[in-house]
Design a binder for this molecule. Sequence first.
Ligand code: G3I
Length: 391
Amino acid sequence: MYQKIFTRRKFLLGLGAVTAMGAVVTGKDELKRQQILALDDADCECIKYPGDESLKQRAAKKKLIFGAAIRYDQLSSDTEYAQNIAKECSILLPEWGLKWHVNPKPLRPTPESFDFTAADWMLNFARTHDMQFRGHTLVWHESLPPWFENTVNHQNAKSFLEKHIQTVVGRYRGKIHSWDVVNEAIEPRDQLPNGLRKTPWLELLGEDYIDLAFRLAHEADPKAMLVYNDYGLDYDIANDEAKRNAVIQLLKRLKSKGTPIHALGIQAHLNGSETNFNPQKLKDFLAQVADLGFKILITELDVTDKELPHDIEIRDRIIAKVYNNYLKVVLEEPAVIAVITWGLSDKYTWLNEFKPREDGAPVRPLPLDLNGKRKFAWNAIAHAFDNAPTR
Ligand code: G3I
């Protein structure tokens, strides 16, 4: 099975290379190409359209939740996008609004102030559409305000962290499904003890910043599920393996301290060109996390097509199969309770700006296309929910 997945992918990549090279594809070539694509389609149920039922409905049948991270400026200005979000998602989170600082509406404009405009608007949208709401993220080394470096120091860092978490989590007490309390605290390449990432918080407060953040969040909202969130946990490559091991050790340390942490968030920013996907290794990692008593959320799922052929027919198939192959593995683990994509439509994906294609073609990493239409990726996610065991 594992081999078959990549034989097919090599097939499509080869085909993509041929069509990309062959500037003028002759009629005969086109016929051959269509035959190959049809052959590939026949080979994979996962890209066939499974019917109109939405992703949230399919997920709910298995007691799972599906949703997306969305930007306030997009959701508040694009009616069709908002309708698609409401139709497909049963949970929503602000891509920016609950970080310390992202323009144009930073949560922390000054050391003394908070601006909840964006997050409040999005919470209201979620509640109006009977969606759950999750918070991202209370403690991270990125998106810190411009004033942070010259204001926060060893003497006052703890009180800044206390005030931030008490104010932000306290405001949404009882209204949040889950919080990404600490984001991306592990980076083995920084070569620090326990594989910790070199961050301002670690420098200011030591490793205990992690335990402190979770305790503050739990005091401010005892009902919220508290999540440690990280990326680079998916593939059979050296750094992902090192990161998985360091994350397991972190979870064990926190558990032994009695830290109020309930779940691991696996961001799952996947790569359509990555062939080192080992289902058994991922399965074993998920089981290790579950055996420690933690739930698991897939928190930022998308699949970059940066290095895939230009041909959309081919790209979309490969991306769809990555979604299906990955979700088949993760949804087998009963501790996995949610699947959340980072954006819902190719119209609004961070990857267009942060990982653009060299050929300049718009990227196509998400379930809906630029016009909000369902793609093979949508079909693949739908099939994964339909075939998932019920929680
Ligand atoms: O909109 C402003 C623009 O007006 C300004 O000219 C420009 C330069 O300052 O910045 C623009 O805002 C940027 C925004 O992306 C839109 O491009 C912010 O500076 C930039 O920080 C923001 O990046 C976000 C990033 O997190 C950092 O917060 C991305 O949108 C967002 O998708 C990304 O999401 C992260 C998760 O939070 C954690 N996991 C990884 C994931 C992807 O990096």
